[in-house]
Design a protein around this ligand. Structure first.
Ligand SMILES: NC(=O)NCCC[C@H](N)C(=O)O
Length: 294
């Protein structure tokens, strides 16, 4: 019998976390309104919960980059490659060097977007859990032009989804693929074409449209490891749906991080993402030729 290695998540302690600038609507009115001690306690709770089922690695925190706690935004890992983020906002750009150093020291091949193309890593690029497919959110942070570049670099089909509500500025704030090909999402965060694209790829019995209230509680910003889901808060209806699909749900209050626009998923970067099972044949312009074996 083979035993699967546990998932590994990269996190960064909130030693320097604060709302120091405004780059999304959640941060408005929150400058100097955070409580770092509470943030540290909430972050520890998440680490503790994740460690019951997965491995958590921590990168050193650094002064001057208060949003670096949101490691999901450091890059997109697939196999032993990582596409480093190229942040849209100047406030977050100094994080790039920290993430690049961490990834390189872990033996990952660090790939970079062409100059001038913004890309915010696993905040906007999420693997489908039912097929060899990467979903890319664009419109606020990452750009549509990243899609063919990622497809080419990683040899995976990329489906772009346009985000239209500034409160849901990263894909992982409103879209959460779950093991087994399930999906939680908040449809109103997407344009009509994106909603149709999602419906075409994910069968209706595997999709659950969360309410606005759940979306605003960051329910889609969930960490999934096996049959476990970790999130800030979920309504009884959402909990029941996840349980029907066979997931156990842990709710961990992450209200301090919501003041900066993030919650559970944003605070983690999954490091053990498999490379695509097969390189997808070229054909629709968003699909790469096979990339070299690494
Ligand atoms: N949604 C995420 O993946 N991360 C949260 C990032 C919050 C940060 N204040 C930002 O606006 O970039």
């Amino acid at each position: 019998m083979t035993t699967l290695a546990p998932d590994t998540f990269l996190m960064c302690a909130p030693e320097h976390f604060e709302v120091a600038y405004i780059i999304n609507p959640w941060m408005e009115g929150n400058i100097a309104h955070g409580d770092r001690l509470t943030a540290q306690g909430q972050w520890q709770e998440l680490v503790h919960a994740l460690r019951t089922v997965a491995r958590v690695d921590c990168m050193p925190a650094a002064a001057g980059v208060p949003d670096m706690v949101f490691t999901a935004n450091g890059g997109l890992v697939l196999g032993d490659k990582v596409i480093l983020s190229a942040f849209k906002h100047v406030e977050r750009q100094p994080e790039e060097a920290h993430f690049a150093a961490w990834f390189a020291a872990r033996g990952l091949q660090v790939l970079r977007m062409p100059h001038g193309l913004h890309f915010e890593g696993a905040g906007d690029a999420l693997l489908d859990r039912g097929s060899d497919l990467l979903w890319l959110g664009y419109g606020h942070r990452s750009e549509l032009a990243c899609a063919p570049v990622i497809a080419d670099m990683l040899g995976i089909e990329v489906q772009p989804l346009q985000l239209v509500d500034p409160r849901f500025y990263h894909l992982d704030t409103c879209f959460c693929p779950l093991q087994g090909g399930y999906l939680l999402y908040y449809p109103a965060a997407f344009d009509v074409a994106a909603q149709e694209r999602i419906a075409a790829r994910v069968p209706s019995h595997k999709r659950f449209a969360v309410t606005q209230q759940d979306a605003l509680n960051f329910a889609c910003n969930a960490v999934n490891s096996g049959k476990h889901v970790f999130l800030n808060q979920a309504s009884p209806a959402l909990n029941a749906q996840l349980e029907r699909w066979g997931f156990s749900v842990s709710q961990i209050a992450l209200t301090e991080f919501m003041k900066a626009g993030g919650a559970a998923k944003c605070l983690t970067l999954k490091m053990n993402e498999p490379r695509p099972a097969q390189q997808v044949a070229a054909g629709n312009g968003l699909v790469a030729e096979p990339s070299p074996v690494f």
